[in-house]
Ligand binder design. Structure first.
Ligand SMILES: NC(=O)c1ccc[n+]([C@@H]2O[C@H](COP(=O)([O-])OP(=O)(O)OC[C@H]3O[C@@H](n4cnc5c(N)ncnc54)[C@H](OP(=O)(O)O)[C@@H]3O)[C@@H](O)[C@H]2O)c1
Length: 286
């Protein structure tokens, strides 16, 4: 039995889509079963919450490998460490963890990378065989920027090239790691073929979506103000600004990796592939 957490999320739902109708039995852990979009005869649903350890104990019965992902949230490491503890109690042979590029438990100044690193370390300390998927920035984040409303992507992203990945490709690698024990103990950096600046992102989206889109570079302070107007949590706003600054300043550098192709056997999706597939979602945001 394979357990998939974060099953209603971007990557978890992609993991389920990869595993649907295959020979493996799969259990999807959800807080609200009504939100689950991927259904198949080999997928059963269990209610659970990372904040409720007894629900994790019940969900982990008979599980041979689990995919661990939760939301970008100030409680991310605490919640995921609950899962590490439950996995230790249940003696789960292996966990595939959704982490992030630059994850480091000793990271001084970028809390989200520290959170991801702490979860990686806690799984290791619990003696659980782990595959860490250090994913780059998801193309799917672009859907949230309201780009097609005014044709502007605004952010403190400077002119640096960013590492990107389609969340569905992270899901494809996760499904491979869940079903093949040869990935135990590996840490994989997952990126799309090209690093792209936001200027390049805007140019390529313009070409595919056939609507003018440009990148507007703003200060971190202005970005903070805009995020506050959107009503984001103050802690998460600061966490985002730290993360963006770490990449925009070159403090964290990531090279493109070939891991998706090596593991899944095809090229990772490009920004153009993503934009074509999500064209209607961009149009709805207009
Ligand atoms: N976005 C990026 O560019 C990026 C890049 C690298 C790494 N990451 C990391 O990826 C993770 C987010 O993955 P995602 O984008 O696939 O997720 P997502 O779309 O934000 O969805 C989060 C998932 O976690 C579930 N969840 C949240 N809190 C839970 C709880 N207390 N108990 C049980 N389930 C819970 C949610 O369930 P509900 O439906 O019930 O809310 C949902 O299924 C974060 O750790 C983030 O740091 C993101």
């Amino acid at each position: 039995m394979l357990l998939v957490t974060g099953a209603t999320g971007k990557v978890g739902s992609a993991v389920l889509a990869e595993l649907a109708n295959r020979s493996h039995r799969v259990r999807a852990l959800v807080r609200d079963p009504a939100k689950l979009t991927v259904k198949a005869p080999n997928i059963e649903v269990v209610s659970g919450d990372f904040a409720d350890p007894s629900s994790l104990d019940a969900a982990l019965v008979g599980v041979e490998a689990a995919f661990l992902a939760s939301a970008f949230d100030p409680k991310m490491s605490e919640l995921q460490m609950n899962f590490a503890e439950a996995s230790k109690r249940a003696k789960i042979p292996r966990v595939v963890l959704l982490s992030g590029v630059g994850a480091n438990a000793r990271q001084c100044c970028v809390r989200t990378l520290r959170w991801h690193g702490q979860v990686e370390s806690s799984l290791q300390a619990a003696g659980i065989e782990t595959t860490s998927l250090r994913a780059a920035f998801f193309f799917q984040n672009l859907l949230k920027l309201g780009i097609t409303k005014d044709g502007i992507i605004a952010g403190p992203f400077r002119n640096i090239k960013w590492p990107w990945i389609d969340a569905r490709d992270v899901g494809a690698v996760a499904a491979a790691a869940l079903t093949d024990a040869k990935h135990i103990g590996q840490t994989y950096t997952l990126t799309a073929p090209d690093l792209l600046s936001y200027h390049e992102v805007a140019e390529r989206l313009t070409a595919v979506l056939q609507t003018p889109i440009r990148y507007l570079d703003i200060s971190a302070n202005e970005a903070r103000g805009r995020l506050r107007l959107e009503g984001g949590s103050p802690v998460l706003i600061e966490a985002k600004l730290e993360l963006w600054d770490a990449f925009a300043s070159g403090y964290i550098k990531v090279e493109p990796s070939q891991i998706v192709k090596e593991i899944v056997g095809r090229e990772p999706r490009s920004l153009e592939d993503f934009a074509r597939d999500y064209r209607s979602r961009f149009q709805r945001a207009a």
